[in-house]
Structures are given as C-alpha cells and as structure tokens.
Design a protein around this ligand. Structure first.
Ligand code: UD2
Ligand code: MN
Length: 525
C-alpha cells in the first residue's frame, strides 16, 4: 500500500495573481457588468468570470485532516472518466478536463471520454478536437442526435475500456487526491458505488467553497433528492469521524465511480429513462436492493457549479420529463410504496402518465433477485417517514360517536367497536376510504353512499380529508367527495344523518358535526 498521492500538476508555473487562483472569488469590474450579465445565459452561471480564470487554476485542498495520510492499495483498478455535455461553456469544460489530468495519478486514468450530446455550439466541434488532440487520453465521442444525459452516459460506458467507470459533470473541478479514495472503495468490494463529496463552485463569483461534513444523500416524497446532515447526537454516539465513509440512501447522480462489469450486470441505467432526472434514484435503489452500496467518500472532493436552471433545452418539457422518469422508477422499484409517490404527486395519477414498457426492468429485477423496497426502507433509509396509509382504524362520526361498518357488500352505521374488523378502514395515499377490496363511494343517486371495488386511479372513489381538505375553509375534518357532483352543485361531504343514522353525501357544511369524521389513527398529515 502507499500513502494517497496528492498530485496537483500544472502545465506551466501558476500565476498566483491570476483571477480565481486558489479558488478565490472574482469580482466583475464595473465596466464589464453588462457583458457579464449578457453572457450569463450561456451557462446559467458567470461565464464571463469563468473565461478569465485559468483552466488549470489551483484550489484549496479541502480534505478533512487525516485524508492525506490515508493508505490505499498499490493495485487500484484504472478508470475511464466519462463526461457528457451538451452545449457546455468552453472554459468550464476545459477546467473540468484539466482538473482530472492534473490531479489524478496518470496510471489510474485509462481515458477521459467526452460525450458530446449533439451540442450546437461551434466551439465544441473542431476547436475542441484541436485542443484535446494534445492529450492522448482524451477521446471525444460525438452523438449524432440528442440522447439526453442518461443515454449519453450509456453510450460513453459502451466504449469505455477501464475496469471502473467514473462519471463526472462537465463543469467540475476535481480536488487534490480525489481519485484514489474512490477506486479504493471499489477495489475493497466491487459492488460499492463511490461518490465524492460534491463541493460548490459559486455560479456568481466562481469561488470554490467547501461544504458541511456528514451529509447524506436522501430523498423526500415524491422522490425529491436532497442532502441531510447526520444528527449531532448520532455522530457523537457512534463516534463518527470526518474521514469516515458515509452510506447514502441515494446519490446526487452526477459524480461517482462504479465497477464497469457490475454496472453492466445491473443493466446500467434503465434505457427507458429520458434525457435528465430520476436516473440517480433508479441507480441508487437498484444498487442497494440488488446487493450493492452507495457511499460518500469524504477524502474525495470535487467541486461542481450548481445552477438554477438547465442552460440547454429539453426535447420535451423539463418537468414532464422528470416526472415521467420518476413514475417509471416508482413503478419498477417501489412495490406497494409507490402509493406514497403518487399520493405526493397526485396529478401524475390523474393524468395517467405514460411510463412506457416496464417489463424489461421488472424482468431484470427478478433476474437479479433484488430485495423489496420495504427491505430498503428498513435497512438503508429507516428515517424516511413512509406509512403505507395516511390513516387507519375506526371511522367515527364526531356528532354521533358511531362508526361505519361493512356488512356483506353494504354499509351500515353502528355503535363503535374497536374489536370489529368490519369497522376498520384505511385512508390511503390515493385518497380512498378502503376496507379490503371495497371502497366507500357516492352511489350516484340522491346522495346515497355505497361500496365499490377499489380502483386507485378513479377520482370518483376519492375523498379529501385533513390536510387535503384544508384548502376549503372549515372542512378539514370532513370527507369531501372528489366525484363530480351534478346535484347539488358544489362540494359534497359524507354525512351520518342524525335521525335514521343513515349515510349519505350532502352539500358540505363547515358547521355540521354530522359531517365530521375521525379515523382511529393518523399516520401522516
Ligand atoms: C444533477 C446531477 C447530474 C444528473 C442530474 C439529473 C450532480 C452534481 N449533478 O443535476 O449529473 O444526475 O442531476 O438527474 O450530481 N447533459 C447532457 N445531455 C443532456 C442534458 C445534460 O449531456 O441532455 C450533461 C450536462 O452538460 C452536464 C450533465 O449532463 O454535464 C448533467 O447535467 P446538469 O449539469 O444540467 O445536471 P445537474 O448538475 O443540474
Ligand atoms: Mn451539473
């Protein structure tokens, strides 16, 4: 083994006074404000400043203490670096490549594959070929049509010859000693997927900024990626050190090393995912559920320009593309938990978004004998709140303190009895009031209510309650039918008739306690 190499080469002696040197912030001179402003759109960051900064600038070594003394194996696998880009800014693309060449042990870099995802900008054609021709390791793969990030990465992986694939965005700066710790993890176990800490290159002043330690990649419903700090008491209790590996429920997506053969065994990315977004969820679930691990390696650090908006156009609208991808991931990987996804993105359920053919992915999941999403939640991401239903138990009327009961296939209103299974209902994420296969629903005539076979995508079976009903003043405790009402017009609510104790839907009335209902237990708001 040897101590991790801290190389930081430049082609020429560094000019310490160059703008942005050492990762310092740069200010736009007064007389250049207009120009800087007009060029922002080229990349949705300060392109003017980026062009002033040397392509091989130094940045501060932000690794936690102890990283530079760590030992790594002498026989680390070599890696292909795959960087996809579409219409990337010249100076940031070059800085990305230079940071790899200058701060990676050459024998570990098999090649750098730049995948041009059908860019339209002139500088990314012959000018780029000419510039890169001096670096024998840099290969440029030109796609003949727009593949989108996901399929562009697959195209890069296809031609890669290294034992490991390392994916990077095209506006990054790899920091000192970034590569060996990643490869060390993969060498330790081939099913480890290693991610660097992603630091921040400011979109405004191009300074290189470190980030808080102990961050995990997580998601919240409906599958929004985010960072979450490990709580201080957990750090103390487990004596977690700054240099310790952090296991992550999900990866950010852009920067990671994965063994090539393992990636291919996993079916790489689902090729049915379009353009951009959600592929990080797909790969993360797949890795964890099919025997691997996602890790953040604190001693590996890479800066990335985070931007407010994508600087390139989407073949289809961005939001729709991402949502469709996420729905596809939910359908393949989430099992019964996909109701939580749709419950938090209800419009997707209603629009019945076309996710394409899922069979190849389901088959893959079977072949790999992957574990269930329930297993993933219990073992990888136990702190995610994921109750399978929003509420459950008795469904009690506030005014009469009586409960709804299922008797055969009909409904009755009875004395509440917690031991009677026929009085148990679930209020589901799909907004159904459900007892087994049967769902509470307006029966269509004269405000009657009955039971129908549940069907998650049917709005006529759905009821709004609590947080969902809160938009309508005074109706939070009501059960508002989502069925389109003919008679009477306006929202209709479930009501237990005071006299005959019958159930019906009537025009919603905030003050009427016969329209207020309470489930035995609420699991989510
Ligand atoms: C994050 C990830 C990114 C990717 C993305 C989608 C990080 C730092 N970034 O958003 O890698 O996982 O989430 O889920 O984790 N590109 C193409 N073709 C396209 C679109 C993009 O080649 O059609 C390139 C683009 O030039 C860039 C990379 O793909 O180099 C990622 O795109 P981004 O930088 O717009 O994504 P980002 O960082 O907002
Ligand atoms: Mn990016």
């Amino acid at each position: 083994m040897h101590r991790v190499l801290s190389m930081d080469a430049t082609l020429a002696p560094r000019d310490p006074r160059a703008p942005g040197q050492f990762g310092h912030p740069v200010a736009v001179p007064d007389d250049k404000q207009e120009e800087a402003k007009s060029r922002w759109k080229e990349g949705n960051f300060n392109v003017y400043l980026s062009d002033l900064i040397p392509v091989d600038r130094a940045i501060t070594d932000t690794r936690p203490a102890g990283c530079s003394e760590q030992q790594v194996h002498d026989d680390l696998p070599s890696t292909s670096i795959i960087m996809c880009f579409v219409d990337e800014v010249w100076s940031t693309l070059l800085r990305s490549v230079h940071s790899v060449l200058g701060r990676s042990p050459p024998h570990l870099v098999q090649e750098i594959i730049l995948v041009d995802d059908f860019s339209t900008k002139e500088h990314l054609k012959e000018q780029l070929d000419a510039y890169m021709s001096r670096f024998p390791k840099v290969k440029i793969l030109r796609l003949r049509e727009r593949h989108g990030l996901i399929r562009a990465r697959l195209a890069g992986a296809q031609v890669a010859t290294g034992a490991v694939l390392t994916f990077l965005d095209s506006h990054v700066e790899c920091n000192v000693g970034w590569l060996e710790p990643l490869l060390e993890r993969v060498r330790l176990r081939r099913t480890k997927v290693a991610c660097p800490v992603i630091e921040v290159i400011s979109d405004k002043d191009m300074s290189y900024m470190t980030v808080d330690n102990f961050q995990r990649g997580i998601f919240t419903w409906p599958m929004n990626f985010g960072w979450r700090q490990i709580p201080q008491e957990v750090i103390e209790k487990n004596k977690i050190k700054e240099t310790d590996i952090i296991r992550c429920p999900v990866m950010a997506g852009g920067l990671f090393s994965i063994e090539k053969k393992y990636f291919s065994e996993l079916g790489m990315y689902d090729p049915g995912l379009d353009v951009w977004g959600g592929e990080n969820m797909e790969l993360s679930f797949k890795v964890w559920m099919c025997g691997g691990e996602i890790e953040i390696v604190p001693c590996s650090r890479v800066g990335h320009i985070f931007r407010n908006d994508n600087p390139y156009s989407f073949p289809k609208e961005r939001v729709r593309t991402v949502e469709r991808n996420l729905a596809r991931v939910a359908e393949v990987w989430l099992d019964e938990y996909k109701e939580l996804f749709y419950g938090h993105a209800y419009h997707l359920l209603l629009s019945a978004v076309d996710v394409g053919d899922l069979r190849p992915q389901s088959r893959l999941r079977e072949q790999l004998r992957c574990k269930t999403f329930r297993w993933y939640l219990q073992n990888v991401y136990p702190d995610l709140e994921a109750p399978l239903v929003k509420a459950s138990g008795l469904l009690m009327n506030v005014a009469l303190a009586g409960c709804i009961a299922v008797e055969g296939t009909t409904l009755a209103f009875r004395e509440c009895d917690v031991n009677n299974p026929n009085q148990k209902f679930n209020y589901t994420w799909l907004r159904l009031v459900q007892h087994g296969e049967l769902c509470l629903a307006p029966a269509g005539v004269l405000g009657a209510v009955g039971l129908r076979r549940c069907q998650g995508r049917s709005r006529s079976l759905a009821w709004l309650h609590r947080s969902l009903a809160a938009a309508q003043p005074g109706l939070a405790e009501h059960l508002i039918s989502e069925q389109q009402q003919q008679q009477p017009p306006g929202p209709a609510c479930l009501e237990a008739a005071p006299s005959r104790r019958a159930l019906r839907v009537k025009r919603c009335d905030p003050g009427n306690p016969h329209q207020k209902w309470r489930f035995g237990r609420y699991h989510a708001d």
